[in-house]
Ligand binder design. Structure first.
Ligand code: WTA
Length: 637
């Protein structure tokens, strides 16, 4: 298939030109689209690797997403909420504004102050964005934890952020089942005395055991006043912490500020989605991940857009759920993941073809590389060859999109499988091991060469780790951890992670985190996790385990115990597809586990496929490690 050009009628060449001449004044101009209480003295304070945008400026995220819309679109629906069980709710911009102010006052009444952290552990219900915006209104920093995480994972996150208040629900629906979220929180906070209160939304009406710390949401806001003036916050005031997996054991608390982050989102949401007042936007991401923070909560609300928010699993009660929602709400812009698309594609064309999808005008993809054949299916079957597809590359750390086609700004040919060009004002390169720019069509590491407004402030409580993880491989470049290549047209092609981070169904999972969970089992001596390609999920997890000499449990029982442990310590998303028990792990002379060899073995590749990859070790060494590992797998103790 040759390149595809679909124009939405936008051909603004000035924006890119402006951005090339001076990225700092370019972003300064974009920041003026927001409402500031007072302007900044300095656009960028770059003290590498720490960036402060719009220094001296005062702003509030909740004011920019709610108050500014009240004069002209207070009646406009902000959220068209669709419950998993078919219930629905409509919240206008005024409804949202009122509820946010009530909760903000209620939070103040229980002692929450500017600078405090609040952990939010809620399913996809309107109370989730309301909670985030109430925090933002009073300058508390929210830390949203995905509602699929286990008690141990939440405990780590609450402990690290030292959140004084937790907001949760009695339960959440997932594929028709009720998950008892409140019980999970009770377990998570039982030794965390600094948590003063737990606010509980009644969603599933599950029977609750309330302690003296617990307050029901409805009781808390019942008498709360619905006027709460938004705090005038510094531009770099921490808006949120979002924990994400990396190459080190514990999840990292990615910290984002306010003014720069909002500028990045305002601009990318407008350019990428070509947002118009009449649009009905639907992003399928859970707010517990960064896509939900940036492109369910902040991006659409900054623009006063109407969006659908869906509570449950995309294939519940069946695989036509998304198409049904698109038809029901006349969705115009649809943003989802390659994993979801691969799953829908598996069910064939008849299902989507039996729904009226004619309202769609723009499609998006995020979170993992999209296979060209999936791209083409999306284009043809869902978009009926009339909708541009934006393949948006970015990360929790970047805050917003960094590479994407921008149909709201310009018309460029699309190439299935390529993210196309960097966002204006963002300088991206593909470099080799030592930082030299690579010629076109050569695989290398994707780096970002200049600070950008949505960039993370630091890692919560750990500036050194922030330096080490992102700014130590290359002195002056941000290291993304991704492989990429740039073609002769300057288009970027993302080629997966270059480090030990896995992407399973688009969720980020660190191998180190998984391995430390496994070795904490009393019978395990050592373990190594890797990802292998999967037709639907992109990648699935394979784990190799070496048992202690004195281990007594049989491997069938152990396998079950390890799976339970992983689910308890991390969550179901980290469940391995296969656990191999081996007598030893293949290591290089310097003691490094040969991960690519494990990967090759698990994917049934031949030794020839790996030897070229492991350039730091002799082929003979790989050969013998390969053979030994194969033998030891067959033996299975
Ligand atoms: C991957 C998700 C290819 C990439 C927004 C990145 C992608 C990681 C794409 C960040 C894309 C995200 N094409 N790969 N369009 N988008 N990735 O923090 O490996 O959950 O580094 O942010 O997802 O994952 P995160």
């Amino acid at each position: 298939m040759s390149d595809i050009t679909i124009s939405l009628g936008n051909n603004d060449t000035n924006t890119r030109q402006d951005a090339t001449s001076d990225f700092i004044s370019f972003w300064e101009k974009q920041a003026k689209n927001l409402s500031w209480f007072s302007s900044w003295d300095k656009t960028l304070d770059w003290n590498p690797p720490f960036a402060k945008w719009f220094v001296g400026g005062k702003i509030n995220a909740s004011y920019n997403t709610l108050d500014i819309h009240q004069k002209i679109k207070s009646d406009k629906p902000a959220i068209l909420w669709e419950g998993e069980n078919g219930e629905s709710r409509i919240l206008t911009y005024e409804d949202l504004w009122t509820r946010v102010q009530k909760l903000a006052n209620a939070l103040k009444s229980i002692g929450v102050q500017k600078g405090d952290r609040i952990t939010i552990y809620l399913p996809m219900i309107p109370e989730l964005p309301i909670s985030m915006l109430a925090c933002a209104r009073i300058g508390a920093t929210h830390s949203v934890v995905f509602s699929g995480f286990s008690a141990t994972a939440i405990k780590d996150r609450i402990d690290d952020s030292k959140s004084k208040v937790v907001i949760t629900a009695d339960g959440g629906y997932r594929r028709g089942n009720v998950i008892n979220l409140k019980e999970i929180i009770d377990e998570a906070i039982k030794d965390l005395d600094f948590v003063k209160n737990v606010i509980v939304v009644e969603r599933t009406k599950t029977k609750l055991r309330l302690s003296s710390k617990d307050i029901l949401w409805n009781d808390l806001i019942h008498d709360s006043y619905d006027l709460c003036i938004a705090e005038k916050l510094d531009s770099s005031h921490p808006l949120f912490i979002l924990y994400t997996s990396g190459t080190t054991g514990k999840p990292k608390g990615v910290l984002h500020g306010t003014g720069g982050y909002l500028t990045h989102l305002y601009s990318t949401f407008k350019w990428a989605f070509d947002i118009k007042d009449s649009d009905v936007y639907f992003c399928t991401a859970d707010i517990g991940w960064v896509t939900g923070h940036s492109y369910v909560v902040y991006g659409p609300l900054l623009h006063g857009a109407t969006q659908v928010m869906y509570e449950g699993a995309p294939d519940f009660p069946d695989a036509s759920r998304m198409w049904e929602i698109i038809q029901k709400y006349r969705i115009t812009i649809f943003y989802t993941t390659p994993t979801a698309l691969r799953m829908f594609m598996k069910f064939g064309d008849d299902l989507p073809n039996s729904f009226d999808l004619s309202s769609l005008r723009l499609l998006g993809s995020v979170g993992e590389p999209i296979n060209p054949e999936v791209w083409k299916w999306y284009f043809k079957i869902i978009g009926k060859e009339k909708c541009p597809i934006i393949d948006t590359w970015w990360q929790t750390e970047t805050g917003g999109m960094m590479i994407s086609a921008l149909p709201g700004l310009e018309t460029i040919p699309l190439k299935p499988g390529s993210g196309t060009l960097p966002i204006p004002g963002i300088h991206i390169s593909v470099v080799d091991e030592v930082g030299n720019e690579l010629p076109p069509n050569t695989k290398g590491y994707l780096v970002i060469k200049n600070p950008w407004p949505g960039m993370l402030l630091t890692l919560w409580g750990d500036d050194q780790k922030y330096r080490d993880v992102y700014w130590s491989k290359y002195k002056n470049y941000y290291y993304s951890g991704d492989y990429a290549l740039k073609d002769t047209d300057g288009y970027f092609w993302l080629l997966g992670r270059a480090d030990d981070v896995l992407k399973v169904s688009g969720h980020r999972i660190g191998t180190a985190e998984l391995e430390s969970c496994i070795v904490s089992h009393h019978d395990v001596a050592e373990s190594a996790a890797c990802g292998i390609p999967d037709e639907i999920k992109g990648e699935v997890i394979i784990v190799f385990v070496v048992l202690k000499q004195n281990a007594t449990t049989d491997t069938a029982t152990l396998e079950k115990e390890l799976i339970v442990k992983i689910r308890n310590d991390i969550g179901a998303i980290a469940t391995p597809k296969q656990i191999y028990f081996v007598t030893r792990l293949p290591k290089t002379r310097s003691g490094k586990i040969m991960r690519r060899l494990l990967k090759a073995i698990s994917s049934n590749e031949t030794i020839g496929d790996v030897s070229t990859l492991e350039d730091d070790i002799a082929v003979s060494e790989i050969q013998s490690a390969f053979e030994e590992l194969q033998k030891s797998i067959q033996k299975k103790p």
